[in-house]
Ligand binder design. Sequence first.
Ligand SMILES: [Ca+2]
Ligand SMILES: [Ca+2]
Length: 186
Amino acid sequence: MEFRVYQHEVQLQFLESFLHEGEMRYGKTYNIVLGSGQVVIGMDLGLREMCVGEKRTIIIPPHLGYGEAGVDGEVPGSAVLVFDIELLELVAGLPEGYMFIWNEEVLPDLFKQIDKDENGAIFLEEFSDYIHTQVDAGKGKLAPGFDAAKIIENMFKNQDRNNDGKITAEEFKLKDQEPNKTHDEL
Ligand SMILES: [Ca+2]
Ligand SMILES: [Ca+2]
């Protein structure tokens, strides 16, 4: 099997094989964010500190794998899992808890930048376009391994305080003016 894995700053791709009672499978690709609970604990631990191109055999005891129960039809109970893996790719992620960050100083007239049609309100489409443009230009960064549209929608909703589908200049505030808000705001 092949995994594609994300750590904070990491995308991994690796080969996996289940070796239990003669069962082996190969050739799948996974996208994984390390530390997010997408893989069993043993795999998460086993993947730490890997470098691109590195190969590892990770042996996972049941209590760090699928436990006594196993997975119905896939992994027998109390299975020891053996994974032959290779890290093929690493993608930079964001600091713990962040879904979007700026790579550079935010422009002071950010609201005007986003409000492209200058009607005094930012709609989701304008907002999404702006974020994507910034990300494409390397000025901002979305957390890898997550649905970008979802992240952007959440950011938008955080700013749209009265939930009317648009962000006004009054609603729009920079993160450093509001230290207690969630991390995926602007
Ligand atoms: Ca507008
Ligand atoms: Ca609003």
